[in-house]
Design a protein around this ligand. Structure first.
Ligand SMILES: [Zn+2]
Length: 58
């Protein structure tokens, strides 16, 4: 099963999409995307919860 996270579900207007086979992989990819695209080098717990909530299977 592939899991996907649309960054736009969390960050309005972003069209980035990351995916992985596990929630952990998706979060790792999301953290890399956030650092690269949003200059967000640390993900606070509230943001992490929002990211986890936005992960869905494809
Ligand atoms: Zn983004």
């Amino acid at each position: 099963m592939t899991l996907e996270l649309r960054c736009g579900d969390v960050v309005t207007g972003c069209e980035g999409v990351v995916s992985g086979n596990t929630e952990e992989e998706v979060l790792t990819a999301a953290a890399a995307h956030a650092a690269e695209a949003h200059d967000l080098t640390t993900i606070d717990p509230a943001t992490e919860r929002a990211l986890v909530a936005a992960i869905h299977p494809v």
